[in-house]
Design a protein around this ligand. Structure first.
Ligand code: GLU
Length: 553
């Protein structure tokens, strides 16, 4: 077979040579050990946790080593692409603070190794497809859908492996005249690899996560170019990752099964394959068994879920880091204030079997992470979130920034900060009583305090509350008030002699807490009273007392 002639027949319009293209994509000038990684999503409009999981690995590997992290849009499958899909991808990664050094941007391409959208690279793939044809490593296949279905039926009947290979590869050795005839008749065709692999033999390869792999050689004549001339993922990623000088291909382990195809393609093109980093699937517990997170069943797979629920980016990233590297949590305990980027990320500490995603654990991590943030940061996050998801909260937060920040600052900064929020949606329920607009008191007083005592406490406290008191004086006044009404100054005294007292000082504080905050659980009352201000404290005490009196009448 005259393969040069075949190549001209198929790709007569392609005049560029592989050498010319290689010159356009020279090796990158980077320091020794620098890694070049890429995110290569398809613009399907659905970004999921797995995308983010992989992107963190890409970003860390590149930036920890002084390398390059770039974005390539894999838009060869038009059926799956949606309008605005690219913008959405870019927006999501920006939101998660994963900054690309080069690649597709909303304005176009940024970098010297583009185009970064595969649809714009159609001619580049053809140059290498033409070379494969010239080398006798690719050929056109004119099988129709029906032909392939029939083949499958026969393979099933004969208990043979499925696929287009060996003796089943009917167009593999077609004569040039036959091909010419088919082309003249305008028959559609795909371009297939002429595999040289022997499926009985095996090869070894090292994966950065999975370790040493032992796999059968590919023997399938896989499709390289579809009938519209657009490449398959297999072919496109090989060409792109070679030309764009990717050193580490990070992708989900669902690609492991087709890795032998990719290895053969790199070989056929005379290129060195990159290092592969196949990340484990994200799993979850379903009852007592583990299963893959599913788009249909698990809303938490979609990245949008976290945005809507109000998980700050920092919290989700923090949690994903704990899933990615088994030693991360320990590091975090020793380095509570450091940015996660200071952690020495390594593929060696990644789970090989499946990362167990657990929403409860995420909530814990999120609570811890938010408890360590300065109040102003929580304020900004809540302001931003509420803008989209809670107009009422947004109006209150933006109405008086200092007031909101001082509320959020209660119990923050010490060794054991309060852990009130797992999501930004929790903020409203925490601070609602600080705002008259949201104040909906539930007056539930301690049972051992009589109505008369409650009224007495609420009324007398109005006279003694002084907003300039320090915490000691403030507390002493409450104690004295309690003692004068027959309550023990200390819980212990009451416990030792329960018959001598009506209760203890904690009951007095509780009455005040319920009146002022409208609930039994609230942050430190001394702080609360200071923040909401004397006027509001007094009016709430009055209202609460009046409510009891009203009920008594
Ligand atoms: N476009 C592929 C996907 O979205 C990319 C896989 C890879 O990173 O190579 O799954």
């Amino acid at each position: 077979m005259d393969t040069n002639r075949l190549a001209e027949l198929l790709f007569g319009d392609i005049t560029e040579t592989p050498q010319q293209i290689e010159e356009r994509y020279p090796p990158r000038q980077l320091p020794e050990g620098a890694r070049v990684t890429r995110m290569a999503p398809s613009p399907t409009g659905f970004m999921h946790l797995g995308n983010l999981f992989g992107a963190i690995v890409d970003e860390r590997l590149a930036h920890q080593s002084g390398g390059v992290f770039y974005l390539r849009i894999e838009d060869t499958d038009l059926k799956r692409a949606v309008e605005g899909g690219v913008e959405m991808i870019i927006d999501v990664f920006q939101r998660f603070g994963l900054d690309f050094d080069e690649g597709a941007t909303v304005e176009g391409d940024n970098g010297n190794y583009g185009p970064y959208r595969q649809r714009e690279r159609a001619d580049i793939y053809k140059v290498f497809a033409k070379k494969l044809v010239q080398d006798g490593r690719a050929y056109p296949c004119f099988c129709t859908e029906e032909d392939l279905e029939e083949m499958r039926r026969q393979q099933e009947a004969q208990k043979e492996n499925f696929g287009y290979y060996g003796r089943w590869a009917v167009h593999r050795d077609a004569a040039l005249e036959e091909i010419e005839q088919n082309l003249r008749e305008g028959k559609p065709y795909v371009l297939r690899l002429r595999s040289e692999g022997d499926g009985q033999r095996r090869f070894q390869l090292k994966d950065a996560v999975k370790g040493k792999l032992d796999m059968p050689w590919n023997d399938q004549d896989v499709v390289l170019l579809k009938s519209d001339g657009i490449p398959t993922y297999h072919f496109a990623h090989v060409v792109d990752d070679h030309l764009m000088r990717t050193t580490h291909v990070v992708r989900g382990e669902e690609w492991l099964a087709t890795l032998p195809i990719h290895v053969e393609l790199f070989k056929a093109l005379g290129w060195k394959a990159p290092n592969y980093v196949h990340t484990a699937q994200l799993m979850k517990m379903d009852g007592s068994s583990k299963r893959k997170l599913s788009k249909r069943k698990d809303p938490e797979l979609a990245l949008d879920f976290y945005h809507k629920e109000g998980y700050p980016v920092e919290c989700l990233m923090e949690y994903l880091m704990t899933l990615l590297n088994s030693n991360y949590e320990e590091w975090r305990m020793q380095n509570p204030d450091k940015d996660y980027k200071e952690f020495a990320f390594t593929t060696n500490k990644m789970s090989t079997s499946g990362a167990l995603f657990d929403l409860d654990k995420l909530q814990d991590v999120s609570k811890n992470t938010m408890s360590r943030m300065p109040a102003a940061q929580v304020y900004e996050l809540a302001l931003d979130w509420s803008k989209q998801y809670d107009a009422e909260l947004h109006a209150l937060l933006s109405g008086d920034r200092d007031y909101a920040v001082s509320i959020l600052n209660i119990g923050r900064g010490g060794k054991k900060p309060r852990k009130d929020f797992a999501v930004l949606g929790d903020v409203k329920g925490y601070l609602d009583f600080f705002y008259d607009e949201l104040f909906q008191p539930v007056y539930e007083y301690p049972e051992n305090v009589s109505k008369e005592d409650c009224i007495e406490i609420l009324t007398r406290y109005q006279d003694i509350y002084n907003e300039d008191d320090d915490q000691n004086d403030w507390f002493n006044k409450i104690t004295e008030l309690g003692v004068s009404l027959g309550y023990a100054a200390k819980p212990k005294e009451y416990k030792n002699n329960p018959d001598q007292y009506k209760g203890h000082v904690g009951d007095i504080s509780m009455v005040l807490r319920v009146a002022v905050s409208g609930r039994q659980n609230s942050p430190d009352m001394y702080e609360v009273m200071k923040i909401i201000g004397k006027e509001r404290v007094l009016s709430r005490l009055r209202d609460a007392a009046a409510r009891i009196e009203g009920a008594n009448e």
